[in-house]
Structure formats: structure tokens, C-alpha cells
Design a protein around this ligand. Structure first.
Ligand code: SAM
Length: 183
């Protein structure tokens, strides 16, 4: 059957993308508008294509990405991870060990926190409270695996502000990724 998303599921550096290239452009826009971001955390490394992009942004800001997955599938970009000093943790993101690692990495600094594991609503709602002011939380598969109703409470409680919403509410390339600033 022909894909309904012809610009999805391509490859980047040989790693299968579980997203679309246009997502990289929106991440760029969001980050250029938010120079305060200096920490980077990703849940769901997968094959690591998006981790490389986040790792590059982290490097540009003199930092490094930490990324969590319960499976190791990023072999194709492993040498790049090493050069970018991306740190991959093969642990459950909901474990207390993962939480300690995240807190030790974030250290009260504005963070881009990217939820792309298999439980986006839980990831979003579990980790938004620990993010310092000025942080951005993003969740992939918006409108597919995470809905507005999953976000409502956190938006209200933390006064989250949507970033580039036109891109994830019917945008040309349908990035299916919501972004919110935690003021
Ligand atoms: C959609 S894929 C990630 C795609 C990747 N970010 C990309 O864009 O190429 C989801 C990943 O989350 C991982 N995952 C699922 N549950 C997890 C958990 N509790 N902690 C960490 N990773 C988890 C899965 O093993 C899977 O590789």
C-alpha cells in the first residue's frame, strides 16, 4: 500500500527516520527563537536520526544531548554520537535512575525536553514538572499518540505557551510534534 505520508520514513545518515525532515527546520526555528536553551534531553533514541540533530544543537550551545531508550538501535550513527558526545542510556525513562540522570544533567538550566518514547502522554506529564523556567517540552506523534486532552492539565497548571503551532496543527508537512514553552 502506498504511504499516506510520502515525506516520512526516509533515512538520515543511513538511520531510518521515524519523522519527517521538516521537523528539523521547525526545531531550528524554535531553538533560534529560544537562545536560553542549553540542555537537551530525548526520550526514545530509536535509530538515532533525530538524536543527531538534537546533538548538533547541543554542541552549538556548548553542551551535549542525553538520550534514553530501552533498546539499542542506533548503530548506524554511533560514531557520530561519540563525536557529538551524545550520551545514550539504555534504561527505562520512568526509572528512578533515569530521573536522577536527567536532574543531574539539567541542573536547573533551560532545557529542550523531547518526548518520543512509546508513552508520550505519560512522558509529557511526568517530566514537565521537573523542567526549569525557560524550558521547552516537545512531544512527537501529536494528534496520533498524544492528544490535546492529554495536554490540557499541564498547559493550565504550568501556563505552557505553544510554539509554532501552525506547523503542528495542519502544517504543510505535518510534523506531528507539539512544542511548548514553560515560562
Ligand atoms: C518512536 S521510537 C523513537 C524514534 C526516534 N526518536 C526517531 O525520531 O527516530 C520510540 C522509542 O522509544 C523507546 N521506548 C519505549 N519505551 C521506553 C521507555 N520507557 N524508556 C525509554 N525508551 C523507551 C522504544 O524502544 C523506541 O525505540
Amino acid at each position: 500500500m502506498k504511504s499516506e505520508k510520502p515525506r516520512w520514513h526516509k533515512t538520515f545518515l543511513g538511520a531510518k527516520q521515524q519523522h519527517t525532515y521538516w521537523l528539523y527546520k521547525i526545531i531550528d526555528d524554535v531553538l533560534m527563537d529560544n537562545p536560553q536553551i542549553c540542555r537537551f534531553v530525548e526520550i526514545g533514541t530509536g535509530q538515532g536520526a533525530l538524536s543527531v540533530i538534537l546533538g548538533l544543537h547541543a554542541l552549538q550551545r556548548n553542551g551535549h544531548l542525553i538520550t534514553f531508550d530501552t533498546n539499542s538501535r542506533h548503530r548506524k550513527v554511533e560514531t557520530i554520537f561519540n563525536r557529538l558526545e551524545v550520551i545514550y542510556y539504555k534504561i527505562d525513562c520512568f526509572s528512578s535512575e533515569a530521573k536522577d540522570i536527567m536532574e543531574g544533567h539539567i541542573k536547573g538550566q533551560p532545557t529542550l525536553f523531547f518526548c518520543d518514547g512509546d508513552h508520550k502522554p505519560e512522558e509529557f506529564n511526568t517530566f514537565v514538572p521537573m523542567l526549569p523556567p525557560g524550558s521547552i517540552i516537545a512531544a512527537h506523534d501529536y494528534s496520533v499518540e498524544i492528544q490535546d486532552s492529554d495536554l490540557e492539565k499541564a498547559i493550565r497548571e504550568y501556563s505552557l505557551e505553544p510554539l509554532c503551532p501552525k506547523e503542528w496543527k495542519g502544517g504543510v508537512d505535518d510534523i506531528q510534534t507539539c512544542f511548548f514553552l514553560k515560562p
